[in-house]
Design a protein around this ligand. Structure first.
Ligand code: PGA
Length: 252
């Protein structure tokens, strides 16, 4: 069995100026020292990427963008190309977060194109999937996750599973304080892993990393990480504070 390195990613969403991001990463690096058993990633808004990458150099912390566009350049007002991100030293990109899907109309087809584009540019995608409360109540969680994983990975090849991270984020748990129980997180993450292997082949089961996201805190990270199919967490609110994010990384 391949040992999958745990991954803790902080999604800052639309928070923090470049100066605040710089200060955060310096403080986080000091606080964490050298932790090697866990990969720690922070995702500032586009405007903070350069400052945060600079602050992260030599620390072991790496940086994600929260979105990208799949074209290389051209008349796409307001969009950011993958090469623009890599030229700053960005290594990861969150794709298809539920806020992008719900507020900005991103479809599974858009997500699939973005995932392909990220891989083409050596940006490691963190592709988000998850069901709404209504879908869960209607017993449609499995159908929803299978569909999102299958469509989102439509253009990924078998050999790329090791570059891929899928974050299971039940929409009802995001920013609500209603974390999925460890058992529910395990069940959904196992399902996501199975479906990735269904799409990309059996070897992907061992190499793809599956994260849980949705109201992760220092108090619940331990129980979540003890689940077999939870390889880490995508953290929103609790990633905005150095101390709480550091404790989450340590407990992971
Ligand atoms: P939350 O957000 O931790 O604030 O619930 C998670 C996310 O949206 O990635």
């Amino acid at each position: 069995m391949v040992a999958r390195i745990p991954l803790i990613a902080g999604n800052w969403k639309m928070n923090k100026t470049p100066a605040e991001g710089d200060a955060f990463v310096r403080a986080l690096a000091t606080r964490l020292g050298t932790i090697e058993a866990v990969e720690v990633v922070v995702a500032p808004p586009f405007t903070g990427l350069q400052a945060v990458v600079s602050a992260s150099l030599g620390t072991g912390i790496t940086v994600a963008a929260q979105n990208l566009f799949w074209e290389e350049r051209g008349a796409f007002t307001g969009e950011v190309a993958p090469g623009m991100l890599t030229s700053l030293g960005v290594r990861w990109v969150i794709i298809g977060h539920s806020e992008r899907r719900q507020l900005f109309g991103e479809t599974d087809q858009i997500v699939a194109r973005k995932v392909r584009s990220a891989l083409n540019h050596d940006l490691r995608p963190i592709m988000c999937v998850g069901e709404t409360q209504e879908e869960r109540d209607a017993g449609m969680t499995e159908e929803r996750l299978v569909s999102q994983v299958t469509k989102g990975l439509a253009h990924v090849t078998a050999g790329e599973a090791g570059e891929l991270v899928v974050a299971y984020e039940p929409i009802w748990a995001i920013g609500t304080g209603r974390t999925a129980t460890p058992a529910a997180a395990q069940e959904a993450c196992a399902l996501v892993r199975r479906q990735v292997a269904q799409v990309l082949g059996p070897a992907a089961r061992e190499t793809v990393r599956v994260l849980y996201g949705g109201s992760v805190t220092p108090d619940n990270i331990g129980d979540l990480m003890r689940q077999d199919d939870v390889d880490g967490a995508l953290v929103g609110g609790a990633s905005l504070d150095v101390e709480s994010f550091a404790v989450i990384a340590e407990r992971a």
